[in-house]
Design a protein around this ligand. Structure first.
Ligand code: ADP
Ligand code: ADP
Length: 219
């Protein structure tokens, strides 16, 4: 199964992707995490992407598509989180899947924009693994330290309130058309992203029962 997580910044996409990865063996492909790694490693792609990211703008399609294509070589049982974000990206992704004879299901996170600011300003993440916490809604056992690997947690510079406003404008203009794109194809579910983290996971599995069947058996 291939899941495309669609929703505005702070909707809970990364949180749910990690839960499904941990519990059922999916592989999360987060273009945001990949871009941040490129920046940390100071690759040519990272250097090109950084001014867009810092301004709350989307990185140009050709850069993102090129970056993600290699990851899609092994495309089954993946969750794409934060990709596609524009119609050209969706077309490129559809073409890759068509070549492989695979279909994707879009999981559309329905949230009220007025919860996003509090979620995003309280977000702490592990830059190495992309695992996210929240100071109030999902705190780590020890402030600033990842429960999983003991690594330091940081706040993202683009999670500052003024940049978040710009990211939401980008989302409205460039990404919301993808909702109609997936609805038209018929492979989509809406989930209420407003509940507690566990409720959202339950809602995804209730809508897509196959998601809850472990890919990698642990028994
Ligand atoms: P996205 O990947 O869609 O930008 P995240 O998964 O990073 O969103 O979540 C944004 C912030 O909100 C994080 O700090 C996360 O811990 C928190 N969060 C995620 N889901 C929920 C939820 N259902 N209720 C409250 N806080 C949440
Ligand atoms: P969030 O999880 O809050 O939605 P991301 O980590 O996915 O944020 O994205 C952070 C930034 O990285 C975006 O504001 C954008 O600049 C860039 N980015 C991530 N994914 C894409 C993409 N698919 N296309 C263009 N830019 C992207």
């Amino acid at each position: 199964m291939i899941l495309v997580f669609l929703g505005p910044p702070g909707a809970g996409k990364g949180t749910q992707a990690k839960i499904l990865e941990d519990r059922f063996g999916y592989r999360q492909i987060s273009t945001g995490d990949m871009l941040r790694k490129h920046r940390a490693d100071k690759t040519a792609l990272g250097l090109e992407a950084q001014s867009y990211m810092d301004a709350g703008k989307l990185v140009p399609d050709d850069l993102v598509i090129r970056m993600v294509e290699a990851e899609l070589a092994n495309a089954d049982n993946i969750i794409v989180d934060g990709f596609p974000r524009t119609i050209p990206q969706a077309d490129a992704f559809d073409a890759v899947l068509a070549r492989k004879g695979l279909d994707a299901v879009a999981v559309i996170f329905d949230v009220d924009y007025n919860v996003l600011a509090e979620r995003i300003t309280g977000r702490w993440s592990n830059p190495r693994t992309g695992r996210v916490y929240h100071a109030k809604f999902n705190p780590p056992k020890q402030a600033g330290i990842d429960d999983e690997d003991g690594g330091p947690l940081v706040q993202r510079p683009d999670d500052a309130a003024d940049v978040v406003t710009k990211r939401l404008v980008e989302y409205d203009e460039k990404t919301t058309p993808l909702i109609a794109h997936y609805e038209k194809r018929g492979d989509f579910v809406h989930v209420n992203g407003l509940g507690e983290i566990d409720d959202v996971t339950r809602a995804i599995i209730a809508k897509l029962p196959d998601v809850g069947k472990p890919i990698v058996s642990t028994s």
